[in-house]
Design a binder for this molecule. Structure first.
Ligand code: AP5
Length: 210
């Protein structure tokens, strides 16, 4: 199954993609995680995108498209994948349709107030990308990853100004994809506002119906 998770920052796409990938043995491909790993490892790509991510702007289409096209040629994607955070522009969606065909696009719906609450309390394990929330999904030991014990961090783009800017960028550049995929009849809406366990239960029901 080839899925794409669409929705504003902080809607829970990464959290749900991680759980679903495990449950359904799919590969979770997050362009945000790929860029953050490149920044951490100080690669050429990392140097190019560091300032863009910190500001909450989008990485140029050509660069992002080439990266995903290459990733989807890898063997582990053959049994299905979840694209989390790609495509994010009409140009990216058009390019994707040239090298892969999605079975469904899951559109996570949530209001801005909740987005700000979720992102302000988010903590991540930089090594694994595991995601926590200080209130809604806290780690077993404060500030430490449950599995590796590594220190959790606050993402640079989870500062208030960057969050508000990312919401603006989402509205201008990514939201048009809702109509784009609706017209292609591949859009499925998912209410992302309930508690994590409930959202996951509803997501599974949606996926099983596809
Ligand atoms: P990316 O990493 O994709 O960020 P995003 O889309 O802004 O999404 P987030 O990771 O912020 O949120 P999420 O929906 O995954 O929520 P999460 O599960 O973490 O992209 C980062 C940057 O990379 C972009 O700004 C851009 O610069 C660049 N980039 C990436 N892709 C690109 C592309 N295609 N083109 C160009 N540039 C690109 O959850 C959030 C919090 O809420 C967590 O704390 C979690 O524990 C909590 N939570 C989750 N679900 C629930 C729930 N149901 N109830 C309560 N809390 C919950």
């Amino acid at each position: 199954m080839k899925l794409m998770f669409l929705g504003p920052p902080g809607a829970g796409k990464g959290t749900m993609a991680g759980k679903l990938a495990q449950e359904k043995k799919l590969v979770h491909i997050s362009t945000g995680d790929i860029f953050r790993a490149a920044i951490r490892n100080e690669t050429e790509l990392g140097k190019k995108v560091k300032g863009i991510l910190a500001a909450g702007d989008l990485v140029p289409d050509e660069l992002t498209i080439a990266l995903v096209e290459e990733r989807l040629q890898e063997q582990d994607t053959k049994n299905g994948y979840i694209l989390d955070g790609f495509p994010r522009t009409i140009a990216q969606a058009d390019a994707l349709s040239g090298f892969s065909k999605l079975d469904a696009v899951i559109n996570f719906t949530i209001n801005d107030e909740e987005v700000v609450r979720r992102l302000s309390g988010r903590r991540v394990a930089p090594g694994s990308g595991r995601i926590y929330h200080i209130e809604f999904d806290p780690p077993k030991v404060e500030g430490k990853d449950d599995e590796t014990g590594e220190d959790l961090i606050i993402r640079e783009d989870d500062q208030k100004d960057a969050i508000l800017h990312r919401l603006e960028v989402y509205r201008k550049q990514t939201q048009p994809l809702i109509d784009y995929y609706r017209e292609k009849k591949s859009l499925q809406n998912l209410d992302a506002s309930p508690a994590p366990a409930k959202v996951f239960q509803n997501l599974l029901a949606l996926i099983d119906g596809i």
